[in-house]
Design a binder for this molecule. Structure first.
Ligand SMILES: Nc1ncnc2c1ncn2[C@@H]1O[C@H](COP(=O)(O)OP(=O)(O)OP(=O)(O)O)[C@@H](O)[C@H]1O
Ligand SMILES: [Mg+2]
Length: 378
């Protein structure tokens, strides 16, 4: 052999190290296999999700197109199940070999092939696939040492391929997480504003039916104001999705600002009570989550509570901040919220995402949303 075992293993490791995506890795592996194992054809197959059949991923051969005979030769042997169970090589030769199913198929012999070896790609979770190498000569791997070496190649490649698969899963999970967050952002900004608009549109219609043109005019003004504001929020949302959240600020100011806007829009008295010692500051992400939670709570007060007033209490103790949003409305049964209602569920997820906790309490009259979040004092 032109290349030592050591050089060959090293070439495989390098091929895997430098590739950026899985398709490139697979192609490089068969290229290295073709060059270093000095064969005529090489194929890479991975097991599919059922764990019973193989998916062809890459090939390298002396001709330009992968040869049908060699491909069938490497996957249609009857001992695949045996390989998966025993994690061992399948060696095929056109003569001299005792097992009938390991004899090279006649069509392949006719096409000039004499021997082949299928190397199982083994990882800690079992066989993930196989690398097949096909020769037009008798098999060059004869000694026990050669076979140990081929198994080693299988273990190195299997371990690496497992890593690629895990990274892919990790990425998929992160994408899912991000999608969930986007869903929350849309629910809490756009859909909140849209339901507020719908309420105003209903009132406008009532005014029209009652012939109260002055109120109708007022409602239409509010509607057009809010539509403009909604388009601004949409733009801000798009920007905030792109920009990292770096700014921080005083919690009291933030809450006063939100309450001020709420009171300006709805006929419900809203008051902020601060019991913290000195100004409190939040990290950028905590600030955003707090703002969203308070907005959703106030919107729930407006939509569901029939409250006359809402009080927001801000206090702090031992590095934690507490924000309670308490209304004097009709209350509701917290245990009986329909599963398709998302607001409270998202509020809880938001609190937990920044190391906080959120609880909704409603017994008899009124509702309190109690939020506990980490804060800093300066
Ligand atoms: N302050 C409140 N006063 C009275 N009932 C409330 C209050 N907050 C929530 N609820 C009740 O809890 C239910 C669930 O609220 P949640 O915010 O999860 O969903 P939603 O507001 O109905 O819909 P969305 O998914 O658009 O937020 C509401 O439908 C309402 O019945
Ligand atoms: Mg809601």
């Amino acid at each position: 052999m032109r290349h030592s075992h050591y050089e060959t293993l090293l070439a495989f490791c390098e091929a895997m190290e430098w590739a950026s995506d899985s398709a490139t890795v697979y192609q490089r592996l068969v290229d290295v296999s073709f060059e270093y194992l000095e064969c005529s054809v090489t194929h890479l197959h991975l097991l599919d999700l059922t764990g019973k059949s193989f998916v062809h991923l890459a090939a390298h051969d002396e001709q330009t197109a992968p040869d049908y005979y060699t491909r069938s030769l490497t996957t249609q042997v009857g001992r695949m199940g045996w390989m998966i169970e025993n994690r061992d090589l399948i060696i095929m030769e056109d003569y001299e070999h005792p097992h009938a199913e390991d004899v090279i198929p006649f069509v392949a012999v006719q096409a000039g092939y004499r021997s082949a070896v299928c190397i199982p790609l083994c990882s800690s979770s079992g066989v993930l696939g196989m690398l097949s190498v096909v020769y037009k000569t008798p098999l060059p791997w004869k000694s026990d040492e050669d076979r140990v070496f081929l198994r080693q190649i299988g273990t190195v490649l299997g371990t690496f391929i497992q890593r690629i698969q895990m990274q892919k899963k990790d990425l998929e999970l992160r994408v899912l997480e991000e999608r969930k967050q986007l869903g929350s952002e849309i629910h809490d900004s756009i859909s909140q504003m849209a339901s507020a608009l719908a309420l105003h549109a209903d009132t406008a219609q009532e005014c029209f039916e009652d012939g109260d043109m002055a109120s109708l005019n007022r409602e239409l003004e509010v509607l057009s104001d809010q539509l403009r504001q909604m388009s601004k929020v949409l733009r801000d949302e798009m920007l905030s999705l792109r920009a990292p959240l770096l700014d921080s600020g005083d919690v009291e100011e933030l809450l006063a600002d939100i309450l001020g806007r709420f009171q300006g829009l709805w006929d419900i008295e809203a008051q902020l009570h601060v019991r913290a010692e000195g100004p409190l500051f939040l990290s950028g992400p905590t600030r955003l989550q707090l703002a969203r939670i308070v907005n959703e709570s106030l919107l729930n007060v407006m939509r569901h509570s029939r409250a006359r007033r809402v009080d927001v209490y801000l206090s702090s103790r031992n590095g934690r901040g507490f924000v309670d949003i308490v209304d004097d409305g009709v209350g509701f049964n917290v245990g009986e919220v329909a599963p398709e209602r998302l607001g409270i569920r998202i509020m809880k997820e938001r609190a937990e995402s920044v190391g906080g906790l959120l609880e909704v309490v409603s017994e008899g009259e009124g509702t309190a949303v109690r939020l506990d979040i980490p804060v800093t004092h300066s």
